[in-house]
Design a protein around this ligand. Sequence first.
Ligand SMILES: [Zn+2]
Length: 149
Amino acid sequence: MEMGNLKHLREHGPVPTSDLPHEIRAPQRAEGLAVFKLKSGDGRTQSFGGPFRIAYLFDDHEPVEVVRVLFETESHLFGLDRRGLVKLFRGHGRQWSAAASTVLSEESPPNPDRNPGGWEAGETQDCPFCGGDVLKGALPSHLRTCPET
Ligand SMILES: [Zn+2]
């Protein structure tokens, strides 16, 4: 029982603490189980929720793996102001802000050509009624003139 968490982390990599099979006990910490806890921020990052806790193995997992799992679990973090986010991680140590920068830069940089709806310019979708090509985001105005409605 005691070793269940460590085995889980060895097999699955870092996971949110809520996904661990057992409660964390002091002996596991001595065995190298660590928890990265991202605190709630202030100012621009205030509304992101949290705190978030990711369990990992101190000797086996790099900060970047831990941060990647955190972002995958809490994908709304990607929508936050990047500088504010990195600053938030920096409060936990340089290695964490560096890891956060790495994970954020793996995501595609913001595309200035994107319209406010978030679609690529020129991207189309099929009209569900007439099947015609309609620019994404333009479906509501198309439906007013669509021959099938
Ligand atoms: Zn149509």
